[in-house]
Design a protein around this ligand. Structure first.
Ligand SMILES: Cc1ncc(COP(=O)(O)O)c(C=O)c1O
Length: 396
């Protein structure tokens, strides 16, 4: 039959990254296309032990319905950790456990966006968020990302030209895909502009604890005294994306509405894994695990930057101080998509930069390289192969 899809969903395309990952069936292919933690980084033994305990000691509580807001001990533990360690979240805020940070982004969109409302986003930005905004028929306005965060003049211009702006979407720390960190001065300036134009900020911060060098920068939420920042966090990059546990910290009234919106979406987030996540926070040394992750990923990042230095002259990048990605700049005349396609033909996968643009048709001489999932040997071999592809493009 002919299916009649809604206007909202008809315009949505499958994520190019998911499509690339689906194509990566060749066991010999080297993938720099993922956005996940290393497979060796999952604390599977600890999680299995806690899941066993939960199902043995409290099966009725774990296997029945839970409340939409989330498992209370987990909500309290996350709020306490974010407040005590990162001054993020105040007495006026509340917390909602969500099915991955992605759901937090989607729920905020559902709660505040009417068709045609504007969302101002960094360009490039996280495709999952851009698609969430698109699915609510938002007008997405991209603001270029500089080495220290959004171009503030362009942001102010976007705010003044779009009086129907509902929120500014920012990934301030180890941005996906650019790896950039928004400086403290720019975090303050973005908050000031949000005040001046009376819009919300969606601070999406799933990578911030994966820092391998440089100094930590306070969250935008920690600078917010007026409930203007909606903070979205996740366990995906520090524990496991498969457990689908994230959280939103925001003003009470917003959280109440997002809770109703979540009820409609999935009733509540998987309770067994909320309980496992709680035990991982309270009976497992999460901070030591994060330190171990940072050591692992620092080694991989360094291997990638070294290999690029040797094999890819004529390209450039800003060394990422954390996170999972390196944003590789090719000469202006080369489209990232063509380069990525040529690399894929040689068995090396990466994501074309244009995938992350608010305007996917704009020229984009970048590719995104993930360094967390490949081994150091694969990083070295994959970058060497990319070097050969680059020479074929006349990049010297
Ligand atoms: C910037 C950013 N935000 C949010 C997410 C969503 O993560 P999750 O839904 O797994 O918590 C991702 C995942 O890659 C991301 O890169």
């Amino acid at each position: 039959m002919q299916y009649a899809f809604s206007d909202r969903i008809r315009a949505l395309k499958p994520s190019a990254i998911r499509e690339i990952l689906k194509a990566t069936q060749d066991p010999n292919a080297i993938s720099f296309a993922a956005g996940s933690p290393a497979s060796e980084a999952f604390p599977a033994d600890a999680m299995r032990g806690f899941a066993d305990e939960i199902l043995r000691d409290m099966p009725a509580a774990a296997l029945t319905y839970g409340v939409t807001e989330g498992y209370t001990p987990l909500r309290e533990a996350v709020m306490r950790r974010m407040q005590e360690k990162y001054a993020t979240g105040s007495a006026d805020d509340d917390i909602l456990i969500v099915t991955g940070g992605q759901q937090g982004i989607e729920l905020l969109s559902k709660c505040v966006l009417n068709e045609g409302d504007t969302v101002i986003s960094e360009a490039p930005s996280f495709i999952g968020a851009l698609n969430a905004f698109r699915s609510y028929a938002a007008n997405i306005v991209g603001v270029p990302v500089e080495d220290d965060g959004m171009d503030l003049d362009a942001l102010e211009c976007a705010l003044s030209e779009n009086p129907n702006t509902k929120f500014i979407y920012v990934i301030p720390t180890f941005q996906n895909p650019s790896g950039r960190v928004t400086s403290l001065a720019k975090r303050r300036a973005i908050l000031d502009l949000a005040e001046r134009y009376d819009v919300l900020i969606l601070e999406d911060n799933p990578y911030f604890e994966l820092r391998y060098s440089g100094e930590a920068v306070p969250t935008i939420k920690s600078l917010d005294t007026k409930g203007r920042v909606v903070y979205c966090g996740s366990f995906s990059k520090i524990l496991s994306p498969g457990i689908r546990i994230g959280y939103v910290i925001a003003g009470r009234e917003l959280i109440t509405k997002m809770t109703v919106a979540k009820q409609v979406s999935d009733v509540h987030t998987n309770l067994v894994f909320q309980m496992v996540a709680y035990k991982m926070m309270t009976e497992f040394d999460l901070d030591a695990h994060i330190t171990w992750l940072c050591d692992l990923y620092r080694g991989k990042r360094d291997a990638m930057t070294r290999a690029i230095g040797a094999a890819l002259p004529g390209t450039s990048f800003v060394e990422p101080e954390g996170g999972l990605f390196l944003w590789l700049k090719l000469p202006d005349r080369i489209a990232g998509a063509e380069f990525a396609r040529a690399c894929a033909e040689k068995g090396v996968m990466c994501v074309p930069g244009a995938t992350f643009l608010t305007d996917e048709l704009a020229p984009c001489p970048y590719v995104r390289l993930n360094f967390s999932t490949p081994s150091i040997a694969q990083i070295e071999k994959g970058i060497e192969i990319m070097g050969g592809v680059a020479r074929g493009f006349g990049i010297q």
